[in-house]
Design a protein around this ligand. Structure first.
Ligand SMILES: [Zn+2]
Ligand SMILES: [Zn+2]
Length: 414
């Protein structure tokens, strides 16, 4: 659309417009190569490269062609596009990927010159954009992979001054469920409290407080298959170190950093991993997940059912009374003494949906308890010096302790 003879949008201009050609004439003194000349009008005209734009403008103005090697702006950079794509492909050759993105670092000298030209034209495109796009096109053609601006498997950043490539490889996220059949292993690696992971006499130079974790057990096979360099386990909550995880298993997402392989059979991983960890841990339901799935998993508030073996001066009648009093009730829990050193002291309300007696023996009993996410079960039993109220201990009137605790169901599917 024209208003008073002035185009209101770049769409209405073409390269032969008087406005374009008069700017181009001002640029002649810079002796730009076709790419750099055309790029100053990159917003004008569709379905053409900057090199084609430059050539057309030159023909309209009847001016000579300048090679990239002598170009005032890019100083041969534009003639090195093939070389840059070769270097990037070389650095990508050990990686599996479907999508990628090219980035580039260009010398300040060129960027400053570019700014100067932009004082003369409003239609320019940054040199970086052209370089990234043209390198991307070549790599797409040669590898059959696709440029992706949103979530590429790999971002390759080339420093054009030194011909060095830095890769940013997207983590691999694998969803699954895990079971833990033995007590005494934490969900994730705990650093030694003396050396904080460096390794010392206290931890036998392992840097760890526990010999092994679920994270390491599950991660081993996946790390080998993916050839990544680090793992991180994100669980939908966590059970205590001394609790088993049974029933329907606990959802998790394992993050593998810098994977070289990202397309492999998860069924094979599952079988191999379970073969390696059997008797300790089992996984199944593996599938590919995304980073966003971690937030969903972490914020999920699913009820859980526990089986708890308790001990103490248990009076049958009193225990029944406690179960009746606690079932379908809201309890108050202040942050337990045992975790106060790492969590702030707050009070929370949790619902005990259901509590049943499975078995009563002399001085011990087995309960099943279904409760809100985040309920401290040991404290529900022992009262935590009155910090949890009501509690089994409070109602019975004798100190009752947890002997064994297992998670037997996570109610994530209704
Ligand atoms: Zn140039
Ligand atoms: Zn240590």
């Amino acid at each position: 659309m024209y208003i008073n003879g002035i185009p209101q949008s770049f769409m209405d201009l073409d390269l032969s417009s008087e406005k374009v050609l008069s700017i181009a004439e001002d640029l002649v003194i810079f002796k730009l190569c076709d790419n750099c000349l055309g790029r100053q009008f990159g917003k004008i005209g569709h379905e053409m490269t900057n090199e084609q734009r430059g050539r057309q403008i030159r023909q309209y103005l009847n001016i000579p062609k300048y090679e990239s090697e002598t170009c005032w702006l890019c100083k041969s950079l534009m003639s090195e596009i093939q070389k840059f794509s070769r270097i990037i492909m070389q650095s990508l050759k050990d990686y599996e990927y479907e999508t990628f993105l090219v980035g580039s670092r260009i010398s300040d000298n060129i960027l400053e010159k570019e700014k100067k030209l932009w004082e003369l034209t409003n239609f320019g495109e940054p040199i970086k954009h052209e370089l990234n796009r043209e390198i991307g096109k070549i790599i797409e053609k040669k590898t059959g992979k696709t440029v992706d601006f949103n979530q590429p498997d790999i971002v390759a950043l080339i420093d054009t001054s030194f011909d060095i490539v830095t890769l940013d490889v997207r983590s691999l996220f694998i969803y699954g469920r895990y079971w833990k059949f033995i007590r005494g292993i934490p969900q994730t690696k705990w650093h030694c409290k003396k050396c904080h992971g460096i390794g010392c006499h206290y931890c036998d130079f392992t840097g760890k407080r526990f010999e092994i974790s679920i994270e390491e057990l599950i991660g081993k096979t996946l790390l080998e298959k993916s050839m990544g360099n680090a793992i991180s386990l994100h669980g939908a909550g966590r059970e205590d170190i001394d609790a088993k995880m049974l029933g329907n298993g606990r959802p998790f997402i394992l993050e593998i950093k810098n994977p070289k392989n990202r397309f492999f059979s998860l069924i094979n991983v599952e079988n191999e991993s379970n073969e390696y960890t059997k008797e300790k841990v089992k996984i199944n339901n593996l599938r590919y997940a995304s980073k966003e799935d971690i937030d969903k998993l972490k914020s999920a508030k699913w009820e859980k059912t526990y089986r708890v073996k308790i001990s103490g001066e248990i009076d049958k009648r009193k225990l029944k009374e406690a179960v009746t009093a606690l079932g379908n009730k809201i309890i108050c829990q202040r942050t337990p003494n045992r975790v106060l050193h790492r969590r702030s002291d707050i009070e929370r309300k949790r619902k005990i949906t259901d509590i049943k007696i499975e078995e009563i023996m002399e001085k011990s009993a087995v309960l099943t308890i279904r409760a809100d996410a985040g309920t401290y079960i040991k404290e529900l039993i022992d009262g935590d010096d009155g910090r949890t109220t009501p509690s089994v201990t409070e109602i019975i009137g004798k100190q009752i302790e947890t002997k064994k605790l297992d998670v037997i169901q996570i109610h994530d599917k209704g």
